[in-house]
Design a binder for this molecule. Structure first.
Ligand code: PLP
Length: 391
């Protein structure tokens, strides 16, 4: 077997967390060792340092770290007092956590459809979902747009609808921290809205563009009162100190070790975002004409949590099988929109149905995407996809 053949047969990762680990190795080990020395494992100095770095990175007044992206979403809904009788509008084409947190608060998620080009919440369907909620006797209180696969939702259009109906906006940027919308980073896109009426949540799950080595998340807000309520809720609703329970909250803090890891990763994050964009551009030119490649909305940048193409109906399984046989992994995000899943099928859906999400569920397929995907490996993927789709 010659060198060329061996390279061609190397297994490829969908998301290569180990490549970044190799690059950062010593720096992360040292950062973790410092926490092991000072032993302030919960909300230690690294957490405070990370919060100020994250706020500076995206331009938010407050960054509040917490135990996961799911808890980030949940803490904000709790801080707003969302509960039984309330409706929260969510896209159906998303990960379940988006709607799960609504149900956990006792409120009703109402599913809206997405736009076929961006995969993000469709403002027209959002309006219909608000009307549906009202007809059902629910009180619409909030919208959770999702910045799916790393690309920002249509935030100005969504905010205009939210303002007209006096709704909170909780941006689920679990997949998109670092992306920009009209030259503002996610976390700082709601600057002009009513104080306390908007928040952004993200996830540091290891596979996310900015991931830690366990679970973690963060919330970005500009309003001081809302920030104080969220900070209290993440520590059991603490009042003057942790033995004074002013409210009912969660144990939802970020560990200092995870903050130490994230501080090191944040240093190279802008470089990694640039590398992800290069990978996305190379896919777009390599696959144009054969598959529907993702299109970025005008004035938006993506962090490409996933690189998701669309195929004509019925072609996906064969492509996935052909690529798998060549050591190239793929994934389907999402084969079932939320309203087709057992836990969520009983919740209301927007008038007019959710036809775009239904269609996308049968057409999308995600290809390997990460900042360390080198050109020869990516070319191997592009050639394999082209051959499979032409054949
Ligand atoms: C859109 C979306 N929302 C929320 C979450 C939840 O984040 P976590 O896994 O950190 O709880 C995820 C994670 O995959 C997600 O993709």
């Amino acid at each position: 077997m010659n060198q060329h053949t061996r390279l061609d047969e190397r297994p490829i990762s969908l998301i290569d967390v180990a490549a970044q680990r190799r690059r950062l190795g010593r720096a992360i080990d040292d950062a973790v060792a410092r926490v092991l020395m000072h032993c302030q494992f919960i909300l230690g100095p690294e957490v405070r340092a990370l919060e100020s770095e994250l706020a500076a990175f995206c331009g938010a007044r407050h960054a509040i770290t917490c135990s996961s992206g799911t808890d980030a979403l949940r803490l904000v809904l709790m801080a707003w007092g969302i509960g039984p009788g309330d409706a929260v509008i969510c896209p159906t084409f998303t990960f379940c956590a988006t709607a799960e947190v609504v149900a956990l608060c006792g409120a009703t998620p109402v599913m809206a459809d997405v736009d076929a080009d961006s995969f993000n919440l469709d403002p027209a369907s959002l309006k219909r979902a608000i009307a549906t909620a009202k007809k059902l006797g629910l009180k619409p209180r909030a919208i959770i747009p999702v910045d799916l696969f790393g690309q920002p939702a249509d935030h100005d259009a969504i905010a205009a609808i939210a303002d007209a109906h006096n709704l909170f906006i909780l941006d689920d940027a679990a997949q998109a921290f670092g992306a920009t919308y009209k030259n503002r980073k996610l976390g700082a896109v709601f600057a002009g809205r009513k104080p306390g009426a908007s928040a952004t949540a993200t996830s540091f799950f290891p596979a996310k563009p900015l991931g830690c080595y366990g679970d973690g998340g963060a919330i970005f807000v500009d309003d001081d009162d809302l920030a104080a309520r969220i900070k209290s809720l993440r520590v059991h609703g603490e009042g003057v100190d942790k033995y004074d329970a002013a409210g009912i909250g969660l144990a939802a803090r970020l560990d200092s070790i995870q903050a130490a890891v994230l501080l090191e990763k944040l240093k190279i994050f802008p470089e990694e975002i640039a590398a992800r964009n290069t990978v996305a551009e190379r896919y777009a030119s390599g696959l144009a004409g054969l598959a529907m490649v993702p299109r970025l909305a005008k004035d938006s940048t993506s962090v490409w949590a996933q690189y998701t193409i669309r195929l004509a109906p019925g072609r996906r399984d064969a492509l996935a099988a052909t690529l798998k046989a060549q050591g190239i992994p793929t994934a389907i995000y999402y084969a079932k929109p939320l309203h087709r899943q057992a836990a969520y099928s009983g919740f209301p859906i927007a008038e007019g149905g959710l036809p775009v999400s239904e269609r996308l569920a049968g057409e999308v397929i995600s290809l390997p995407m990460h900042a360390y995907l080198d050109h020869p490996t990516q070319d191997r993927i592009i050639v394999a996809v082209r051959q499979a789709l032409k054949g």
